[in-house]
Design a protein around this ligand. Structure first.
Ligand SMILES: *[C@@H]1O[C@H](CO)[C@@H](O)[C@H](O)[C@H]1NC(C)=O
Length: 202
């Protein structure tokens, strides 16, 4: 088998595996924190299409009302030629909190008052489990948060998309009071944006 054929074979195995019922979750258990934001949505699509949309950073501006730009960088901030999330790399995200109204395209203007820049370590890219995660880089102890996203097949041609971030650390109560509601709206808007992208309607 050529190496490309082998990769395609592996990918086909991976995308059959995650299978959960619509009541359960494919997110990992993590300890509770000061507050949590989360979203889940059912999408008529395939797990491979949902996975490909989540790891295709350069296409985020075309559909994502929350993360308007996602760029994989070296530790000193240079853009990497390969713009897909890779474990142990860093990424810089430009986000809108609260999110932009749907639908969005690459040319939808941002609200400068709602723009935040976040540097994150890419911690988990697990195509076999349908999970990916990145962790916010902050001053030690100030904020501890890791955003997990997961996809899983729930049968009947439907995929469950889930996203969750648990916040702890000294700044978490302030973050909850200032941006908690906007972040929750942003997670829900990204889930709807993904559904719109993959189904063509809401
Ligand atoms: C991010 O990764 C670097 C190593 O690349 C590590 O030194 C740092 O502690 C990590 N930060 C967080 C918040 O995990």
């Amino acid at each position: 088998m050529t190496s490309l054929a082998f990769q395609v074979f592996l990918a086909s195995l991976f995308f059959v595996l995650p299978q959960v019922s619509s009541r359960s979750t494919n997110l990992p258990n993590v300890p509770p924190g000061v507050f949590t934001v989360s979203a889940r949505i059912e999408i008529k699509t395939t797990t491979s299409a949902a996975w490909n949309a989540l790891v295709d950073f350069p296409s985020y501006p075309n559909w994502n009302p929350f993360v308007r730009s996602a760029i994989v960088i070296t530790p000193d901030g240079a853009h990497l030629p390969e713009q897909r999330p890779v474990e142990n790399r860093r990424a810089v995200f430009r986000v809108q909190i609260p999110p932009l109204p749907l639908p969005v395209t690459a040319s939808t203007p941002e609200n400068p008052l709602h723009t935040q820049i976040a540097f994150e370590n890419i911690t988990h890219i697990q195509p076999d489990l349908g999970r990916l995660a990145w962790k916010y880089i902050s001053l030690p102890q100030a904020l501890d948060s890791e955003r997990w996203q997961a996809i899983s097949s729930i049968g009947n041609g439907r995929v469950l998309y889930e996203s969750r971030e648990v916040f702890s650390g000294a700044l978490a109560p302030t973050l909850r009071d200032t941006l908690g509601e906007g972040l929750q709206e942003a997670f829900e808007a990204q889930a709807k944006g993904l559904k719109l992208l993959l189904e063509g309607t809401l």
